[in-house]
Write a protein that binds this ligand. Sequence first.
Ligand code: ZN
Length: 70
Amino acid sequence: MTCVICDACKKSIPSPHRERNYNTLLNRDLCLDCYGKLENGIKEVMGTKREFHVNEHNNVRKDLLYRMTR
Ligand SMILES: [Zn+2]
């Protein structure tokens, strides 16, 4: 049986189903808890910006993801 370990909190995800109980971003696996934290973090950062830029959004996401999965 395959086992997925969340790259942020290092917990294993039992019977992993992508997009059901974990998500993969830039080759990193995130459990839904950590994925939610990532999304909230992005919203917090982006909420302070006047204009929405997709590139900026992607950079913020990459930055936060790398910080969480270090
Ligand atoms: Zn996690």
